[in-house]
Write a protein that binds this ligand. Structure first.
Ligand SMILES: *Cc1c(COP(=O)(O)O)cnc(C)c1O
Length: 424
């Protein structure tokens, strides 16, 4: 069994929708990112179902996968976007996305990025510090514009996830401590060029329980009541992203389960009129992609067996960065090979011991075999680099039996095209 129904075996052959993955590897080479259009749609529909009849705006947390072809799917499905840089803003504008549905997050917004976002007319800046608030006010005044803001508050809740993807604890660099938020809100209302419109938080990623969200929500509701006492009335509440996906045996939290409980609390507090904003990234794209790779060599050592493949940490950083677990499936299952399976570390060709994709996997392998690294649609290609002068992989979108190139494989020459040498 694989993690997404769109990547399933027919007989012994692994398919993306109606397309054999082996054919894509043949046609486009490896390593290769392959996405399923249908899987994107179904992930979106789960949010749409949860939002039905409610005032909800889903802003795709696009840093998870920012290929224009992916963004355009979500734009056409009705999504807004959560951006974290001027570069991401440019991508949304490049596909004709509605700036009125963009929220701008991030701890280090530069003046030029703020300017571009004001120019475009984004829905809201999620402000992460007092210093940023000052800068925002100055840049907005100079531009003769008003910046709509939420403060991203740090509710100090434990998202029960990997430390690198936990963002809502006191020791994290993100957000404004919830205790001082009322004072900073007061400050914001007094600043020229600033209009307070919301309250925001984002507590972490790969969360599979409602608990951390509801803990954060309860704290935000107290803050919203305090603000109302100060005469500050907000229009929207942004609960960030963070819903988890299945990598191995996790049980993802359905968006509807979360929203039913969130709206129950909002309605109980007489806050049913607030717009709810969500910023899901991983849960919209994670299970919709795989990374195809080919076995270059098998190396049977005294201590370990290695399958050396043509994908590496530069293509998929998550294993070495977060100790992340990704399923590894053979693209062609060979009958009767079960008894020849051995325990392998699946590693890349890069000159780093941290260059691994999977460890301790029972696999029956031969040189030249194709493997699919599962659930690689989020924080996969976007984190890839050209380390070791390795061109970044191509990205393909499958739609039924058809496939579209979202991004061609880079050429080696393009990697050093902008470099120059000194006169000698
Ligand atoms: C990364 C990020 C998201 C998306 O998180 P996922 O875990 O991928 O859903 C949303 N909001 C902010 C502010 C982020 O930094």
């Amino acid at each position: 069994m694989t993690v997404a129904p769109q990547f399933a075996y027919r007989g012994n052959e692994l398919y993306a929708e109606d397309t054999p993955l082996a054919r894509l590897a043949q046609e486009f080479g490896t390593p290769l990112y392959v996405y399923s259009r249908q899987a994107l749609r179904e992930a979106w529909q789960a949010y749409q179902h949860a939002a039905e009849g409610r005032n909800v705006l889903i802003c795709y947390g696009m840093k998870a996968n920012s290929n224009l072809g992916i963004l355009n799917e979500f734009k056409n499905l009705g999504a807004g976007f959560d951006i974290v840089s001027g570069g991401e803003l440019a991508r949304v504008l490049a596909i004709g996305g509605d700036p009125g549905k963009i929220v701008f997050s991030g701890v280090g917004k530069q003046a030029s990025e703020i300017q571009a976002a004001l120019q475009a007319g984004v829905k809201c800046f999620n402000v992460e510090s007092e210093a940023e608030l000052q800068r925002l006010s100055q840049v907005a005044q100079a531009a003769g514009r008003v910046a709509a803001v939420s403060l991203r508050v740090n509710p100090d809740v434990d998202a029960q996830t990997h430390p690198y993807i936990s963002t809502g604890l006191k020791q994290n660099k993100f957000g404004i401590a919830i205790e001082i938020a009322p004072r900073v809100y007061q400050q914001a209302t007094a600043l020229p060029g600033i209009e307070v419109v919301g309250v925001d938080c984002h507590i972490g990623s790969q969360i599979t329980e409602t608990g951390p969200y509801l803990d954060a929500l309860d704290k935000l509701l107290i803050l919203i009541a305090t603000l109302a006492d100060q005469g500050i009335h907000i229009k929207h509440l942004d609960l960030g992203g963070g819903l988890g996906i299945r990598y191995s045996d996790e049980t993802p939290l359905p968006p509807k389960t979360l929203l039913d409980q969130v709206f129950q609390r909002l309605n109980a507090q007489g806050l049913g009129h607030l717009q709810l904003v969500l910023e899901p990234g991983r849960s919209l794209v994670g299970n919709a992609g795989v990374l195809l790779t080919r076995v270059e060599y098998l190396k049977h050592g005294e201590a370990r067996n290695f399958a050396i493949v043509d994908a590496a940490m530069n293509d998929l950083l998550r294993p070495t960065l977060y100790d992340a677990w990704h399923g590894v499936e053979p693209v062609l299952r060979r009958d009767g090979d079960g008894n020849t399976a051995q325990t392998y570390d699946v590693v890349g060709p890069i000159c780093e011991s941290g260059d691994w994709l999977a460890r301790d996997r029972r696999l029956a392998l031969r040189q030249g075999d194709l493997l699919a690294i599962m659930s690689a649609g989020a924080y996969g290609f976007v984190m890839s680099s050209q380390y070791n002068t390795r061109p970044r992989a191509a990205e393909i979108m499958v739609d039924g039996a058809r496939s579209h190139v979202l991004r061609p494989r880079e050429t080696v020459a393009s990697l050093y095209a902008g470099e120059s040498i000194l006169p000698w």
